[in-house]
Design a protein. Structure first.
Length: 179
């Protein structure tokens, strides 16, 4: 049987540590900072990308509640923060899963989920930003699919976390049985 090697199988453990460092910085410092900036405008509502799913009506309700200054702040936040954040968590998942499942024949298929999480996150941010930019004008179909992009993003990220927990458990179990 021919064995295929991929770039993912050659990821050094040091890359995984770097990705954990960046993930910790973003989750501990950058994410709370960005959330605090937006909370000034959200008037008690949660941002669309923190919800699991929402409808176009909910999206327009949030747009109205934000007012023009809040919508502009949201769009700037997406440009400033939500381009870097998907890159950081994608790097984290890619390197961590590559290290945990280095010899799995399913590695490339699991890593495809990382790509989809990244893609759905960028689509979600783009669509919501467009809706907020053009508010109060309604855009034909985009607001109706924004909630689905968010749903698919969260589903992909949830699957990736489950895969990581399984991989960590498997590595821990293997190291205990080797001892």
């Amino acid at each position: 049987m021919k064995k295929y090697f991929t770039l993912a199988q050659k990821i050094p453990f040091a890359y995984c540590l770097v990705s954990v460092f960046f993930m910790a910085i973003f989750m501990g410092i950058v994410l709370p900072y960005e959330a605090s900036l937006l909370n000034e405008y959200l008037n008690g509502l949660s941002a669309p990308d923190t919800r699991f799913f929402y409808t176009s009506d909910t999206l327009y309700h949030i747009a109205a509640a934000l007012n023009e200054t809040g919508r502009n702040a949201y769009i700037i936040s997406r440009l400033r923060f939500d381009i870097a954040w998907p890159l950081v968590y994608s790097f984290f998942f890619y390197t961590s899963i590559s290290v945990l499942f280095k010899h799995s024949m399913y590695l490339n298929k699991v890593l495809l989920i990382v790509f989809f999480a990244f893609l759905f996150d960028l689509l979600e941010n783009t669509i919501v930003s467009l809706v907020f930019y053009y508010y109060p004008k309604e855009i034909l179909f985009l607001p109706h699919i924004a909630g689905f992009m968010t749903l698919f993003k969260w589903l992909a990220i949830s699957v990736l976390f489950i895969v990581m927990v399984f991989g960590l458990y498997k590595k821990l179990f293997q190291s205990i049985h080797r001892s």
